[in-house]
Design a protein around this ligand. Structure first.
Ligand code: SAM
Length: 232
């Protein structure tokens, strides 16, 4: 087999595994950037890619690679207590540790003389090694009558509100982080808590790291409330 090595690292706002969307395009407008590794920083390799609105990214689940895998897993979609085969899931814990996500192509830019490919809608941790990029080809990749097994539809979303302290903090960094409020709302509306907490009101204050911030939030009777935002 051809040896595999990353062609790029992706930068995303998702600084820890917790609260990353569980699939691509659940949180659609969030931008990421592919920074190409030595030997692959060649604009010729991307020639023609602008013709494709969406791209497949093949990547390594590098942050969980050392934890191994098992033949069965308990998907959050089944409440975290029913086991199915690893190949019937998109679990991060799998032989070879490879992931596959379709993302939107946001175009090529030059940064300090280097080629950067922008994408959006990814479900990837900041720094994830990208193994390959392929164009999404609608006539072959979109199957109108496909069945989605135990994950037939996108998960339900919770409403997200911001405390006045959080709103003031967001407004203070608006110029540098114009997407911050939108990203926090979209990420938290997925209710990133463990599956067994779904539908429960919860006194616990949770934290999540997005961009350069720690976001504190909790789940009340009216949905998710963002309490405060601190610089990490
Ligand atoms: N769409 C991909 C697939 O089907 O192969 C990924 C699905 S997987 C369920 C998505 C989750 O992988 C994210 O919510 C995050 O928790 C985790 N994840 C993302 N990037 C990762 C990385 N580099 N290493 C380990 N886990 C990662």
């Amino acid at each position: 087999m051809t040896p595999i090595s990353p062609i790029a690292l992706i930068s995303t706002p998702y600084k820890e595994k917790f609260a990353i969307p569980r699939q691509p395009n659940l949180v659609s407008d969030v931008l990421g950037e592919l920074h190409f590794c030595a030997g692959f920083d060649d604009a010729n390799m991307l020639r023609g890619i602008e013709q494709f609105s969406h791209l497949w990214l093949i990547f390594s689940f590098h942050a969980t690679a050392s934890q191994g895998w098992s033949p069965t897993v308990r998907p959050p979609r089944l409440g975290g207590n029913e086991k199915v085969g690893v190949f019937a899931t998109r679990s991060t814990f799998r032989p070879n540790g490879l992931g596959l996500s379709v993302v939107k192509n946001e175009g090529i830019v030059k940064q300090q003389g280097k080629t950067v490919l922008r994408v959006s809608g990814m479900d990837l941790l900041d720094g994830t090694p990208i193994i390959d990029i392929k164009p999404y080809v609608p006539y072959a990749d979109s199957i109108a009558d496909a069945s989605g097994g135990f994950a037939p539809d996108a998960p339900e979303q919770l409403p997200v509100t911001f405390s006045s302290a959080a709103t003031t903090q967001i407004n203070g960094v608006q110029k540098t982080y114009p997407q911050l409020q939108q990203v926090i709302a979209a990420v938290l509306s997925q209710d990133p808590r463990p599956a067994y907490k779904k539908g429960q009101v919860d006194d616990k204050v949770y934290g999540v790291a997005l961009y350069d911030f720690n976001i504190r939030w909790r789940v009340g009777a009216n949905g998710i409330e963002v309490l405060e935002i601190e610089k990490a």
